[in-house]
Design a protein around this ligand. Sequence first.
Ligand code: TXA
Ligand code: MG
Length: 343
Amino acid sequence: MLLLRTDPTRPDPSVIRTAAGVLRNGGIVAAPTETVYGLFAHAYREDGCAKVFKAKGRPMDNPLIVHVDTVEMAMAVADIPNDVAEVLRRVWPGPITVVVPSRGVVARCVTAGLPTVAVRAPAHPIPLSIIKELGAPIAGPSANKAGRPSPTTAGHVVEDLDGEVDVVIDGGPTFFGVESTIIDVTKRPPVVLRPGPFTVEELEKLFGPVSVPPVARGLAEADVALAPGMKYRHYAPDTVLVIVHFDLAEAVQTLRARGLKVAVLCATGKCAEANYVIQMGDDLYEVARNLYKSLRDLDKLGVDIGVVPAIEERGVGLAIMNRLRKASGHREALNKEQLLAML
Ligand code: TXA
Ligand code: MG
C-alpha cells in the first residue's frame, strides 16, 4: 500500500498520475472528496470494481456511486432527462448524487446489475483531477469497512483498509463529513434516498416537492430497500450508543447511578458532565464534520455506553439524525424509563 500526501487545493500532478495509472490497470485508490473519503476503481473495469467490494467487505448487491467531472461525462453513462441535466449544471460539482437510468456502459459490478446508476461530480480537486487524467469516471463507495463509520481522514482509511488498497491519498480532513445527498429522479415526485449536506429545503427549490420516506430519516429499515444500502446496518461504533430526547444530564445521572461509565457526544450546545465528553460542535455543519470521527473516538474510550442528544431534523440536521439512528441501531429514548429498558 502506497500512502501519498498532497495539498487538497493544488494536488501534485505526479500523485494524480500515479493514482490514474493504478486505476487504469484495474487497481483501487482511496482519496478524499468534499464529503468523506472514497474507495475508487475505474468505472468501466469489472476487476477494479470487484476489488472495491472485496476490500470493503461489501455485499455485491449494494451498488457504487459513479463519480464524474462534468455533466457531459455523466451523460455518457446515464440517460439524463434535460430538466435534470439543467439542474446538475447548476449544482455540480457538489454533494448531490442523482439516481438515473443507466446506459449499461459502466462495469456491471458497479450498478449491481440495476437498470439505474447513481452519479455525482465531487467538489474536490483531488478526485476531479484523477477523473480528468484518467479520461473516464471512477466508481466507489466510502472508504470504510462495511458497517463502520465513514472515513473523514486518511488515518481512518488506513485504520479500516490497511494493506487492502493499492494507493491511499492523504489530502487532509474532508469538508462536510457526511456522505452526499442521494435523490432518485426516476420517480415522480423525486425520492430522497439518503439525506446529506445538500438539504431537502435546497432540493425542493430545484426539483419542486420531493418525497422523504421514513427510511431516509433513518427511522425504519426498508423491507424492499429503496436504496440497496439501506437494508444494512451502517456507521456503527462498537460501543452502545443511545439518542436522548430528554434532559441529557438526567440521562447521564441515570446511567451512572447504575454504575456505568458514560461518554457524552455533545452537539449544538447540548451537553452534560460525564466520564468523557466529546465536543462535536456548535452548529449543524460542524457537528456533521466531526460526527464520524466522534463515533470512532467513542470506541477508544473504553466506556460502557455513549449518549448523544437528538438533533433538530432541519437542514443538514436531517442527515445527522439519519446517521445517528443507524449508528445507534435505532436506540432512541424519549424518557428515563425507556433509557433504562435499553440496558
Ligand atoms: O459522498 C458520498 O456519496 C461518498 C463519496 C465517496 O462520494 N460515497 C458514498 O458511497 O458514501 P456509499 O458508501 O454510501 O455507497 C453508495 C450508495 C449506497 O447507499 C448505494 O445503495 C447507493 O449509493 N446507490 C448506488 N447506486 C444506486 C442505485 N442505482 N439506486 C439506488 N441507490 C444506489
Ligand atoms: Mg458508505
